[in-house]
Design a protein around this ligand. Structure first.
Ligand code: ZN
Length: 136
């Protein structure tokens, strides 16, 4: 059993933004030389999320729009006395901040229409995504 670690840096451009990071995950699997195992993709931030879905530009735009409807963004939140981003934390908690992906035959086992996205919920900022690949 071996493991491989990598941290990727991502600059986000908007307050709410869905960024395709699939190629960086595939590249990490190639660099790891692990052919059978698990890839953990993890965001160490409290106002981001990680999701898997289809990389169709209209759908990505729809998802960004839907995020704005998941919670009221202009309501009074207790956390807003700290840094005015309570809805970003709430949506991040709802969507989740890690993904487990299968590595098989030296590559990621994603569905035909599946891509991996970092969801920025309080940008623009510099973000990190941690990748750990465990296997043989
Ligand atoms: Zn906050």
């Amino acid at each position: 059993m071996r493991f491989f670690d990598k941290t990727i840096g991502i600059k986000t451009n908007k307050s709410i933004e869905i960024l395709n990071i699939t190629s960086q995950i595939f590249q990490s699997v190639q660099e790891s030389k692990i052919s059978e195992g698990i890839t953990l993709v993890y965001s160490p931030h409290t106002t981001t999320a990680l999701i898997i879905n289809e990389n169709e530009p209209g759908l990505v735009k729809d998802m960004e729009g839907a995020i704005k409807c998941l919670v009221p963004w202009n309501k009074s939140y207790a956390h807003n006395v700290i840094d005015h981003n309570a809805p970003s934390h709430v949506v991040g908690a709802f969507l989740g901040n890690s993904l487990n992906l299968i590595v098989s035959k030296g590559t990621l086992e994603l569905g035909t229409w599946q891509s991996v996205f970092l969801v920025e919920l309080d940008g623009p900022r510099s973000r990190k995504v941690r990748i750990r690949i465990i296997g043989k």
